[in-house]
Design a binder for this molecule. Structure first.
Ligand SMILES: N[C@@H](CCC(=O)N[C@@H](CS)C(=O)NCC(=O)O)C(=O)O
Length: 352
């Protein structure tokens, strides 16, 4: 522990100081985010530069992850590529900015990025105090904890006094503090800005526990020396609705991002896929006709062309296709992220 070169925050629950530090940390980061106003709309600016600038993680398999050639993949990446396809008819007209949790909101407020699509939890503070808006939810998650199987721990309630590794600038820090406090347990938080530092510290045995969103645990686990030697505990200690974020004050851009996500979810519900979208153009189903721009003026009302959603689906597929391509390989079943019609809670407003 004493050799750790990075930020080490020791929180002893029971003394209110730990709670204050844990809560204050994220707030301080978020207060750095200052809204920048500009007379040019985001859509105009995006069209003028010729691409969408999308803020993503620094590497989280399933959500946003770059290969050795710098090709980004994941459901958060598909959302950005989908918006690029909706705007330009070309999903490659997008550039990615890798951001730590701590940097992400400032990057959006300052105009460095057009969309933040980075496993970001929609909370009231973030929505109401940062000059930002959440355009929807593309993954319903919850916070979990992972421990080395060798510890013999089967429940989070056995973790009194544990060392816990996590990321700074996250909801994770706040929730873990709440959880230990509520259960009258003490713990020591070992927090790093970079996710890979968290993985390395946990892998090296510096912490008993790794806590983050459950999807993040599944993703980061693949980076451990021996992934099978770790178990995810059954407790889900928070709600983490993850979704894309835009600057407040530009309703058109907000709508473009919101409806791009809705189009992916509605396409799945309507059975429109990347491979059948062309033949679906001839469908008699009015919902499909509206989605694909065969009927109505839905794209133009957004400031785009009427084939916006058809282009998006051709480029990245529907929500289920994107999920299957990127999240299913992590071993995460659809669960609550199934469509409402399949027993889940994904329910996109209709295009009409
Ligand atoms: N959803 C939470 C946690 C987000 C978060 O930053 N998680 C870490 C751990 S999974 C992460 O994204 N790591 C990847 C990275 O920093 O690039 C939040 O919005 O605060």
């Amino acid at each position: 522990m004493k050799n750790l070169p990075l930020i080490v925050i020791v929180l002893v629950i029971g003394g209110g100081l730990g709670y204050f530090l844990g809560g204050g940390n994220e707030q301080a980061v978020e207060q750095e985010a200052v809204m920048e106003t500009s007379s040019e709309s985001t859509l105009e600016a995006v069209k003028a530069k010729g691409y969408v600038q999308c803020g993503v993680s620094q590497g989280l398999p399933g959500f946003s992850n770059a290969d050795d050639n710098g090709n980004w993949t994941g459901i958060d990446v598909d959302l950005c590529r989908g918006v690029a396809a909706a705007v330009f008819g070309d999903a490659d007209k997008v550039r990615f900015t890798p951001l730590s949790a701590k940097q992400r909101f400032t990057a959006l407020s300052s105009g460095e990025i057009d969309i933040l699509s980075r496993n970001t939890t929609w909370t009231m503070t973030r929505d109401t105090q940062l000059g930002l808006n959440f355009a929807g939810v593309n993954y319903y998650d919850g916070q979990g904890m992972m421990v080395p199987s060798g510890l013999g721990v089967t429940s989070a309630t056995e973790l009194d006094g544990a060392n816990i590794c996590t990321n700074t600038g996250t909801t994770t820090e706040l929730n873990i503090t709440d959880y230990f406090r509520a259960n009258n347990m003490s713990f020591e938080l070992v927090a790093f800005e970079k996710a890979d530092e968290v993985v390395a510290a946990y892998d090296a045995g510096r912490c008993d526990v790794y806590t983050t969103d459950r999807s993040g645990l599944a993703a980061q686990r693949t980076k451990l020396t021996n992934p099978d030697a770790h178990v995810v505990l059954p407790e889900i200690i928070s709600k983490e609705p993850l979704g894309p974020v835009v600057r407040q004050g530009d309703d058109q851009w907000f709508n473009i991002v919101r409806w791009s996500l809705n189009a992916m979810i509605n396409a799945e519900e309507l059975g429109v896929t990347q491979s059948n979208v062309d033949s679906m153009m001839g469908s008699d189903n009015p919902s499909i006709k509206r989605l694909l721009g065969e009927e109505g003026n839905f794209g133009e009302e957004l400031g785009l062309s009427n084939d916006w959603a058809a282009n998006l689906i051709k480029a990245v597929g529907n929500y289920g296709e994107s999920y299957d391509a990127h999240v299913t390989p992590l071993g995460l079943a659809r669960g609550v992220n199934a469509l409402w019609s399949d027993g889940g809670i994904l329910y996109a407003a209709p295009i009409r």
